[in-house]
Design a protein around this ligand. Structure first.
Ligand code: TYC
Length: 127
């Protein structure tokens, strides 16, 4: 004879562990761990020094004013730089990015020519 015992009560089904699927791009709930991209090492930009060259004709006072006006130096610093140029033949007035250095050269050269002076201003990469 068959047993008519009642079946055991159904137990609640435990929730399944979440399954992480690859992101299908559809904005669902799936999560994907991505490897942090290796950052390219940043290379600092090449910098340029802007220098004035000595000559026998440009007045000292003009050079001092140029260094003050175009390179933002105070009068004392500008005078020291001018004297260094006068004695050594060359002196650095500032260090800039390529574009700014090139603009300084153009501005100083234009100011010198307008005033009838042969002052030379050059820029050169450093390091
Ligand atoms: N040697 C110039 C003079 O005796 C002065 C001078 C200084 C000129 C610096 C140019 O970049 C210069 N008048």
């Amino acid at each position: 004879m068959k047993s008519m015992a009642t079946p055991p009560p159904k137990l609640p089904v435990p929730p399944k562990a979440p399954v992480f699927k690859p992101d299908d791009g559809m904005g669902g709930d799936s999560a994907v761990m991505e490897r942090r991209p290796k950052r390219a090492k940043t290379v600092p930009p090449q910098m340029y020094q802007v220098a004035l060259l000595n000559d026998d004709y440009t007045p000292m006072e003009f050079v001092v004013v140029v260094i003050q006006e175009f390179f933002g130096k105070d009068r004392e610093t500008a005078t020291q730089i001018m004297l260094k140029i006068h004695l050594d033949g060359k002196g650095v007035c500032g260090v800039f990015s390529k574009d700014v250095a090139s603009t300084k050269v153009d501005q100083v050269t234009e100011a010198a020519r307008k005033n009838g002076h042969p002052l030379q201003c050059v820029c050169e990469p450093i390091e």
